[in-house]
Design a protein around this ligand. Structure first.
Ligand code: UDP
Ligand code: MG
Length: 321
């Protein structure tokens, strides 16, 4: 077995307008990692920040040889920034975490301890905590309930993108290029030996969450449509049931007409037109969602572009070949 000091831990941190958090995170991370017997590096992935984040990271990188930056060409979104960092990282394991100190750096010690026990993935579960806003807690638990009900995955409540992945898993993940990347679902799907660790989240150090309601809804839809075709099966069954009902209703209407008992029902007519009209639109919308995924995926575009980086990784060369 490799000696600990020869093993390297890559910490991957997506950054979007976090100028006021980077320094504090860096200090805490350094104090945790310098206390562990491993080589380590911090890879900050700047996801098109519009504030001073990138220049702060670059200054840190000049002063400290553990710090690297990857500048993406624009804002691609949290999941893609993470993907970029994980793809490039060349540590023996990588730990992904947020830049706002909600994921407490001291938990890294427990992540690494589990890794040493031989686990491939060490993921974390956020314990119910009053530090989070009520709306965030509610929407988050609703998200997991719906996702689990609709898909074959069973994601645990509060599993965020704070986890350790070993080299094997990282290599496996660098081959995944689906256009709508949803790491926490993919991790569960991927298998390997996984173990969970519970932690209580801290409050955001400063700044606001980058996920507004619109982003959360699109994140949830992405999770559901990436891991489940149940909505499609549901509308197909519903269509089938309605068709069977119509098989009874149509003869009924015909017979009523023939025996001259025609109803003057404007109301019932309107109700059925409105109801079935909107139901059809909804179903078409759901089908459209899936088709749009096919269209995007069929273009096979890269998930991100790197504008500049000071990180030299064998993985980069491999990708460019
Ligand atoms: N983030 C990113 N790109 C984005 C949005 C967010 O790289 O488009 C980063 C952000 O800087 C943070 C992490 O993703 O490090 C999680 O975001 P945030 O803390 O806003 O999400 P929340 O914790 O509120 O779910
Ligand atoms: Mg956060």
């Amino acid at each position: 077995m490799q000696a600990k000091a020869n093993k390297k831990i890559s910490i991957v941190i997506p950054v979007y307008n976090e100028a006021s958090n980077i320094q504090a995170l860096f200090i805490e991370l350094t104090s945790v990692l310098s206390g562990l017997p491993y080589a380590y590096e911090f890879i900050f992935v700047d996801d098109g920040s519009r504030d001073q984040s990138l220049s702060i990271i670059k200054q840190l990188a000049e002063a400290n040889s553990h710090v690297y930056y990857i500048e993406l060409s624009r804002n691609f979104g949290h999941q893609y920034a993470l993907k970029a960092g994980l793809d490039l990282s060349n540590g023996d394991c990588a730990i992904s975490m947020d830049c706002d100190l909600q994921h407490p750096p001291e938990v890294i010690k427990s992540l690494v301890a589990k890794w040493e026990e031989g686990f491939d993935v060490v993921y974390t579960r956020r314990m119910e905590d009053k530090n989070l806003p009520w709306l965030k807690r509610k929407t988050s638990s609703m998200f997991y309930t719906i996702l689990n009900r609709l898909s074959d995955l069973q994601l645990e409540n509060g599993t965020a993108d704070f986890r350790l992945m070993n080299r094997n898993v990282l290599n496996a993940f660098s081959h995944l290029n689906e256009s709508e990347f949803f790491i926490r679902g993919l991790i569960k799907w991927a298998g390997f030996r996984q173990v969970a660790i519970d932690y209580s989240p801290r409050e955001r150090f400063s700044g606001d969450s980058k996920y507004n309601l619109k982003k959360m809804i699109s994140f949830a839809l992405r999770g559901i449509t990436s891991f489940s075709v149940k909505p499609l099966q549901m509308i197909a069954s519903l269509g089938m049931i309605l068709f069977l009902i119509s098989l009874i209703l149509v003869p009924y209407a015909l017979i009523s007409f023939l025996i001259g008992r025609v109803v003057s029902g404007w109301t019932s007519l309107m109700i059925s037109v409105i109801f079935f009209g909107s139901l059809q639109l909804l179903m078409m919308g759901i089908i459209g969602l899936y088709i749009s995924k096919l269209v995007i995926q069929s273009k096979q575009r890269p998930l991100y572009f790197i504008r500049e980086t000071n990180y030299s990784s064998p993985n980069i060369n491999e990708r460019e070949r």
